[in-house]
Ligand binder design. Structure first.
Ligand code: PLP
Length: 354
């Protein structure tokens, strides 16, 4: 019998990305939708599943789903790539365009999975720093791009966990300066007032990623996609994705969801108004907070350690995200916008704790 081989050295340094899951009544830690999809969606999906040829492989390149998504966004089906959550979309991108000897650029603080997936795929990570107000200075962009010549440059708009959408001129500047592909992660795109989607085209080295996990209330389904140049999309299907990686049930769910766009937009409108209500309430408390274009808010208690406040909230059965050990976020917590009742419970608990 052989011995267990050591893990790849470059995996050893990865911390992993986990959100503490504790039993609480009010769960505001992972930016999911607090509301399920409409009953008619679930009923339609059950009906579709009952009639499924489960013994057959699914459509390998998701033709029908891609046609629907292309239609939704005014692009071509050849410009749509689909995978099991947008994290897998990013993994496929880095398998195809990153890898040993190449670098991916990120600007901290930002979504931790960009750097984590880069490392998983053997891609070096070049980190830039956002300013104290978490905007992205042009001089820092130029420094990182010049030093690392990354084949992939990540932006996240709105940025998780800081909340703001990247201004259009910043995306344009990064696109102008980046020597390789620019990825704009728009997991929260529907909450923001503008999108980079209008800049996608076959001659532009830009891809925009979206997910069903947040606004579509389908985190449990694991479905995400990318919109970008046809040549990039073709490379992902042919070189990076496993055969039949998107199962038939998910393809059907993804198509069916798009028939409930009005309901999705209603949920987004509710969450945006609740976000503004929470922001107004936070402004009256002894904490620092930042404007958000997403379904979450970042805040930093002034007089108490973030970790202690997090624990006190858990003791009151409210779970938020503890970001206090993340790069550049000492003392910070992130709260997902929930239902009005959940948000009331959060605000009441927070006021008591502070
Ligand atoms: C939640 C989130 C995702 C979603 O990942 P899925 O794999 O689609 O669930 C992607 N990017 C960012 C920035 C996120 O916050």
């Amino acid at each position: 019998m052989g011995a267990f081989p050591p893990l790849r050295d470059d995996l050893g340094v990865m911390a992993g990305y986990h959100s503490a899951q504790v039993e609480v009544d009010v769960r505001l830690n992972t930016n999911e939708s607090p509301l399920p999809p409409p009953p008619a969606f679930l009923a339609g999906l059950a009906e579709a599943v009952a009639a499924f040829p489960m013994h057959r492989y699914p459509d390998r390149t998701c033709q029908a789903l891609r046609a629907d998504l292309a239609n939704l966004h005014g692009l071509q089906p050849e410009q749509v790539f689909v995978a099991n959550g947008s994290n897998e979309v990013l993994q496929c991108l880095l398998l195809a365009y990153g890898g040993p000897g190449r670098a991916a650029a990120v600007f901290e603080p930002t979504y931790a999975m960009h750097a984590t997936i880069a490392r998983m795929t053997g891609t070096a990570v070049a980190s830039g720093a956002r300013a104290d107000d978490f905007t992205l200075p042009g001089v820092e962009v130029r420094r990182v791009l010049a030093e690392a010549a990354p084949s992939v440059t990540f932006l996240c708009s709105p940025n998780n966990p800081t909340g703001r959408a990247e201004p259009k001129d910043v995306v344009e500047e990064v696109l102008e300066l980046a020597p390789g592909l620019v990825v704009v992660d728009e997991a929260y795109g529907q909450f923001a007032s503008w999108s980079s989607l209008g800049m996608v085209g076959d001659d532009v080295p830009l891809v925009v990623t979206r997910t069903y996990s947040k606004t579509w209330s389908m985190a449990g389904a694991r479905l995400g996609y990318l919109l970008g140049p046809a040549q990039v999309v073709a490379a992902l299907w042919e070189k990076a994705a496993l055969p039949y990686h998107v199962d038939a049930v998910k393809q059907a769910a993804g198509r069916l969801a798009l028939r409930f766009t009005d309901e999705m937009e209603d949920r987004v409108a509710l969450l945006v108004s609740e976000r503004e209500r929470i922001a107004a309430a936070l402004a009256l408390l002894p904490l620092d907070t930042w404007p958000s274009d997403a379904n979450f808010l970042l805040f930093r208690p002034r007089a108490r350690a973030g970790r202690e406040v997090w624990q006190d909230l858990v003791d009151r059965s409210v779970l938020v995200r503890d970001c206090s050990s993340w790069p550049r976020l000492a003392g910070c917590l992130r709260v997902t916008v929930g239902t009005p009742e959940e948000n009331d419970a959060f605000l009441t608990a927070l006021e008591a704790v502070l």
